[in-house]
Structure formats: structure tokens, C-alpha cells
Design a protein around this ligand. Structure first.
Ligand SMILES: Cc1ncc(COP(=O)(O)O)c(C=O)c1O
Length: 441
């Protein structure tokens, strides 16, 4: 397009991520502004946010404290490099973050996204074993239905067929554990399902196959993107024990379970299992500026950094690692997280949220409702020969009736901002129920 002749309302140029571009552009739905629990459309319709943007805005939208911190920093210093150079906010943001990460995971590597955090964690795991003289540990284990973003590492370790099939051979030396989703045994569980802890034992089978070549297992404590798969009781503890037994690092991908979503600072704390590395993004800055991070156990940092010859210890980093605006936003967000006790709010609201979503169980085509903290999945029976169609239509109906939800396949995922009140939840659930009824046929 020629700069001199701008075409107003041109929506062709933006190749939308993870989107049905043709369908969207034939019937676009725009968000124009946001405040607190609400988005507003171009025509100023109020839309309660049932998804915190994209599992992002845990403190609600447009938080003044974060906006002002970003504005101040932009006026003071727009950018500063962090390669062999520093600026105070990056160090402050890391120190504040380390106050809420699980004990021992006190070294923070900043990235710009969850995908970058996933790839960073995998690289650190490989570098750790090499630094300790175990360079044969090159194998990375993920889980079916896991999502770790779109970098080649995260995509390879991730377990979603559709995300992989367009992109060739991916990383070598990757294997997968089975997923834990089992409708026959666990449908309509409230909180952690009772059945499936033994699925962690599949790691023994992979060790039998691959010997001592496994570097790390990466898993989401609660798998979000493939439709809210809540870990069975005792599953994560068993996975942790097997990793310890076989000298394998455990990486939790907490990009959506971090920052209060499950009623504690991180899913690790909520579920009582501490990994060796923990990735995060989204809620870290309330999504006001892109930022991700990996929290790394002190012992891993020591092995890589103290064991290295003089000079650069880890040949990895991003131009924007610890970007001043993102660091300012993260510091302000961490202060809000603490001052407003966002994990406590999620914990308090969780029983009401649970009752509200389980109230949907008798609607037509609802084959499961599952939940933990302030996350819920409502699984719908797919239309014959048209997977995802029912849920996509439910999504459109909800938006047109004034509520934003998220769907993945035929599963509706709810993850509202943690500052949600009961009345917001009532409205979200009533609108969703009407939409599910309307798509009964
Ligand atoms: C568990 C998990 N890991 C990684 C990512 C990727 O994050 P990003 O889209 O910021 O790269 C996501 C995004 O939803 C996620 O849910």
C-alpha cells in the first residue's frame, strides 16, 4: 500500500495470528477499548471479559498504576540494552518476581513472550547437563496436547498435531508423555480429577527406551490451550518423583497458571509440586507490554554460570530481554498482585465460579465441565463432520450478546480477570447458557 494513499478501514494487510483470516475478515468483530472487567466495542457496547484477554489481564484492564509506570519510563528512558550493560528496572523487576516464585527458583531470565520463555527454558536445561559433563542428555520430553508456544522448541515439545503438521521435521530427539484427558473416568469433576495419576509412570517407559539421554520434561501444570485439562490428583507429584529418580529436569510452563490464576502465586504452589525451571508471560505485566520470563533454580544457574570460563556464560538472549517499559510494567503489576492479593481473590471467588460453571452441565451437548481456581472448560459434543463448528458459533453468539469467551476445538475455556465479581460471572454464564441452547441442533 502506498503511504500517500491510505485506504481507510483496510483490514487486509494484517495477517492475523492463529485465526481464520477469511472468515474473520468477512465478518470482523472489533474491540475498541477496555477498562476493569469490560471490553467496549466500536459502537460502545460493554462486553464483560470472560477470558482476561487471552489468559492475560489478571488484574483487570487499564490499570492506572501500570499505565503510569509505563508512561514514566517511556519519558525517562525508552530503551536500554541488557547485553553486557544494564538499567535498574530490569534488576528490580527480576528481584520482585523472585519474591513470589517458588523457593529456590530465584534466577530470572527475561524474554518477550511465552514462546520465547519455553525455548529459553529448554536451552537452559540442555546447557545445564552439558555444564555438568552429561552432554548425552539431549532429549526433550513433552506431553500430548501440551502447548508451549510457537518457537521450534516449544512447538516440537508441544503435543498439538495441528500446530506441527505444516512445519516439517521439527526438533529431533523429542518424545511425548500421554495426555491426562479421560472423559469416561473423570467427566464433570470439580477440581482435580480422581483418575489418572498413573499416567505419569509413562516416563519410566521413555527412560527404558532412551536411557540417560533425557534432559528435561516440560509440562503445563494445567494444560490450558487444548481445552483446560486439569491434572489428576497426585499426577504432578509422581512426575516430579520420576524426574528426580532419573536425573531429569522438570520444567513447568506456567504461562497461564501463573500470577494467581489457580489461587496461589503459581500453579506450582497451588498444586504443591516445585519444578526446576518455570516459564511465565501474560500476567507478568498484566499484558500491558509483552514480557515473558523463566525462573531458574539457583543450582542450575550456578552450574552454568560458575562452571563457565570467563566471558559470556550462556549464548542466548533477546534484544528486548528486560526491556525498560516491560520491566516498569512488571514492577507495577507485582505491586498490584501483592497489594490486592490477587491469588487470594481468585481463591475466594473459586467456589462461586465452580458452582456457576457446573450449573451448565445439563444443557444440550455439554459432555463435560471441569475447573480449577478461576479456570473452567466446558466441553461440547462436536457436530457430526464439523469439528469446532458448534463452539465457534457459541463464541460468536456470546460476543454478539455482549460477552467475550474463548473456545478451542469444541471446548469453551473461561478464565476471567481475577478481580471478577459474582455479578460478572452470572452475566457470563447466563449468556453462555443461552448461546449453548441456541446451538442445540
Ligand atoms: C502454556 C503456554 N505456553 C506458552 C504460550 C505461548 O505464549 P506466547 O503466545 O506469549 O508466545 C502459551 C500461550 O497461550 C501458553 O498457554
Amino acid at each position: 500500500m502506498n503511504e500517500m494513499s491510505p485506504r481507510p478501514n483496510n483490514i487486509d494487510a494484517f495477517w492475523m495470528p492463529y485465526s481464520a483470516n477469511r472468515a474473520y475478515k468477512s465478518e470482523p468483530r472489533m474491540l475498541a477499548r477496555a477498562e476493569g472487567m469490560y471490553y467496549y466495542t466500536n459502537d460502545n457496547r460493554e462486553v464483560p471479559d470472560g477470558t482476561a484477554g487471552l489468559w492475560c489481564c489478571n488484574a483487570g484492564h487499564g490499570r492506572r498504576e501500570i499505565t503510569e509506570a509505563i508512561q514514566r519510563q517511556a519519558a525517562t528512558m525508552d530503551f536500554a540494552p541488557t547485553f553486557n550493560m544494564g538499567h535498574p528496572l530490569a534488576f528490580q523487576a527480576a528481584a520482585k518476581l523472585a519474591e513470589i516464585t517458588p523457593d529456590g527458583l530465584d534466577r530470572i531470565f527475561f524474554t518477550n513472550s511465552g514462546s520465547e520463555a519455553a525455548d529459553t527454558a529448554l536451552k537452559i536445561a540442555l546447557a545445564y547437563h552439558r555444564a555438568r559433563g552429561q552432554a548425552q542428555r539431549v532429549r526433550l520430553i513433552g506431553r500430548e496436547r501440551g502447548y508451549h508456544g510457537v518457537g521450534f522448541g516449544g512447538m516440537s515439545v508441544g503435543g498439538i498435531g495441528a500446530n506441527r503438521k505444516q512445519f516439517g521435521a521439527l526438533l529431533p530427539y523429542v518424545d511425548h508423555l500421554p495426555h491426562t484427558h479421560n472423559l469416561a473416568a473423570n467427566a464433570f469433576s470439580r477440581g482435580q480429577p480422581a483418575h489418572g495419576a498413573e499416567l505419569a509412570d509413562a516416563l519410566e517407559g521413555l527412560v527404558a527406551l532412551h536411557g540417560d539421554t533425557i534432559a528435561a520434561v516440560m509440562a503445563e501444570p494445567l494444560a490450558g490451550s487444548t481445552g483446560v485439562l486439569v491434572p489428576p490428583v497426585d499426577y504432578l507429584r509422581r512426575l516430579r518423583a520420576l524426574c528426580d529418580k532419573h536425573g531429569i529436569l522438570l520444567i513447568f510452563d506456567e504461562v497461564i497458571t501463573g500470577f494467581g490464576r489457580l489461587g496461589a502465586n503459581f500453579g506450582s504452589e497451588a498444586l504443591g509440586v516445585v519444578p526446576d525451571l518455570l516459564t511465565m508471560a501474560k500476567g507478568l505485566t498484566n499484558a500491558a507490554v509483552p514480557m515473558g520470563a523463566v525462573a531458574v533454580h539457583e543450582r542450575i544457574y550456578q552450574a552454568i554460570v560458575e562452571g563457565a570460563p570467563a566471558g559470556i556464560e550462556l549464548f542466548h538472549g533477546y534484544t528486548y530481554s528486560g526491556h525498560p517499559l516491560a520491566s516498569a510494567a512488571a514492577i507495577a503489576m507485582m505491586d498490584l498482585h501483592r497489594a490486592e492479593n490477587l491469588p487470594g481473590r481468585a481463591r475466594e471467588m473459586a467456589p462461586y465460579f465452580e458452582d456457576a460453571v457446573h450449573g451448565l452441565r445439563d444443557l444440550p451437548n455439554v459432555i463435560d465441565v471441569r475447573n480449577l481456581g478461576l479456570v473452567a472448560g466446558i466441553e461440547l459434543a462436536p457436530r457430526a463432520g464439523k469439528p469446532s463448528d458448534r463452539a465457534m458459533r457459541v463464541f460468536h453468539r456470546c460476543f454478539d450478546a455482549g460477552v467475550l469467551i474463548r473456545t478451542t476445538g469444541d471446548i469453551v475455556a473461561l478464565s476471567p480477570p481475577l478481580v471478577m465479581e459474582r455479578a460478572h460471572m452470572d452475566r457470563i454464564v447466563e449468556t453462555l447458557a443461552d448461546a449453548v441452547r441456541a446451538e442445540a441442533a
